[in-house]
Design a protein around this ligand. Structure first.
Ligand code: ASP
Ligand code: MG
Length: 436
């Protein structure tokens, strides 16, 4: 598998059909990559597709822009942050159009606003309300390949908005739905939806097909392969997705294209009727789809019986916390406020000081705990979480992992570990719980 070598179309579709492809930032990290992507797109066009390409910002551009903003003002006005962050994707879209022109493939780039991606007015975390797409349809009809800046739209008040970190996937799915594309392809620096990160677990396997519901469970656990909103949008609008590598022409993972049959063994023990049923212990029925490892997490727990303090904390959190940085959250409040979150440390800059500034030591407590690691096991519905807990606790004891807490929240099991993770733990757990 050679870097930058052209892709063949893994599942051919009728000539003239619209194909939406989305390329992530690491697939577009430099000019050489942009040129390689232009070649791939030209090839898809030569196969007879009308191609719409949705692009992310190059490499770490969005992080760099956010950092510039933070250095200028620790709490930048959300509207201005959108004006700044939306620029990242505009750089890529224009460069890719230029690279396509150099390939002899007439192309035109549009911002989200120019495509008529209409959102609500929630700056930095807007939701798509409607996709008009007229200019895209006209440009396709005129023979252009269309390049669209992902992650952004325009509100009815004509303000530029962004869709939250990772939002380009949603742009692509929404355009695919509006244009009735044959499918939406999400091209990444991974081979598809994997059972675990292959850098941590060399035995990780690729899922060939997943239902929208399975993918929704995976995405909602914080596993970053496809943004959760994009998956939800695809499920509602029945957009078939393919997740595959932009670096080679492997088949990737298709989502939602096959009849929704949950893989055998996940919810029941399927067996060949010609064979006697294998003895099956209940606890080993649990087969999660994906294991995800997050390091450098912080746990924040806020507790108060004072409604006013609870409200002040909540308003501050709503203004400051980036939903994309949260791994999981618990809320328990009636009178007073009990809230706990596990979030990526990198997204919490300045928050502790801000929470302390409004705190009242007599009326509330804040626990702030850094340096947690979390292993999430997602997908697969066990008969009983207690049973799973017994089984997984035994495994963890065998692997000498000092668990701090284990938590189940519907479709995911989270194992929280303080300090460093034992280096072999991801491999061992994967072999025990997610065999191919
Ligand atoms: N560039 C944005 C981000 O990094 C959007 C995206 O990549 O989907 O979050
Ligand atoms: Mg990005």
């Amino acid at each position: 598998m050679v870097k930058g070598v052209g892709l063949t179309d893994p599942s051919p579709s009728p000539p003239g059909s619209v194909l939406v492809r989305k390329y992530g930032g690491s697939s577009l990290a430099g000019i050489d990559r942009i040129q390689a992507v232009a070649k791939d797109i030209r090839r898809a066009r030569d196969q007879g597709h009308q191609v719409v390409v949705v692009v992310s910002a190059m490499g770490k551009t969005t992080d760099d822009l956010a950092e510039l903003a933070r250095r200028t003002n620790p709490s930048p006005p959300r509207r201005e942050l959108d004006m700044l962050l939306s620029v990242g994707e505009r750089i890529t879209m224009s460069l890719l159009s230029m690279a396509l022109a150099a390939e002899g493939c007439p192309a035109i780039s549009f911002t989200g606003s120019q495509c008529g991606i209409i959102t609500d007015n929630s700056h930095n975390d807007a939701r798509i309300l409607e996709v008009k797409g007229d200019r895209v349809r006209e440009a396709l009809a005129d023979g252009f390949t269309v390049v669209v800046a992902g992650f952004q739209g325009v509100s009815r008040e004509r303000e530029i908005t962004t869709l939250g970190r990772g939002g380009s996937d949603t742009t692509a799915v929404a355009l695919a739905a509006a244009l009735q594309a044959v499918r939406c392809e999400i091209l990444k620096d991974v081979d598809g939806v994997m059972s675990a990160d292959p850098r941590l677990v060399p035995d990780a396997h690729r899922h060939e097909n997943l239902s929208w519901d399975e993918m929704r469970q995976i995405a909602s656990s914080g596993c970053g392969v496809v943004h959760i909103r994009a998956v939800e949008y695809a499920a509602v609008h029945q957009v078939p997705l393919t997740v595959r590598s932009s670096f080679h022409d492997g088949p990737g993972t298709t989502i939602g294209t096959t009849a929704v049959v949950d893989s055998p063994g996940q919810f029941f023990d399927a067996h060949d009727p010609a064979q006697p049923p294998a003895p099956c212990r209940r606890e080993v029925r649990y087969r999660p789809l994906v294991m995800n490892v997050d390091r450098n997490l912080t746990r924040i727990r806020l507790t108060t019986d004072d409604d006013q303090l609870g409200r002040r904390w909540r308003d501050l959190l709503l203004g400051r916390i980036d939903p994309a940085g949260m791994v999981t959250e618990w809320l328990d409040s009636g009178e007073g406020f009990r809230w706990e979150v596990l979030a990526r440390r990198s997204t919490l800059d300045g928050l502790r000081e801000a929470l302390e500034a409004v705190a009242d030591p007599d009326n509330g407590t804040m626990i702030w705990q850094d340096d947690l690691a979390c292993i999430s096991l997602t997908g697969g519905r066990p008969d009983s979480w207690l049973e799973v807990q017994r089984h997984v606790s035994d495994l963890l004891r065998d692997f000498e992992c000092p668990v701090w807490r284990m938590r189940a929240d519907g479709s995911a099991l989270r194992i929280l570990v303080t300090g460093d993770l034992p280096p072999n733990l991801p491999k061992q757990l994967h072999a025990a719980l997610l065999p191919a």
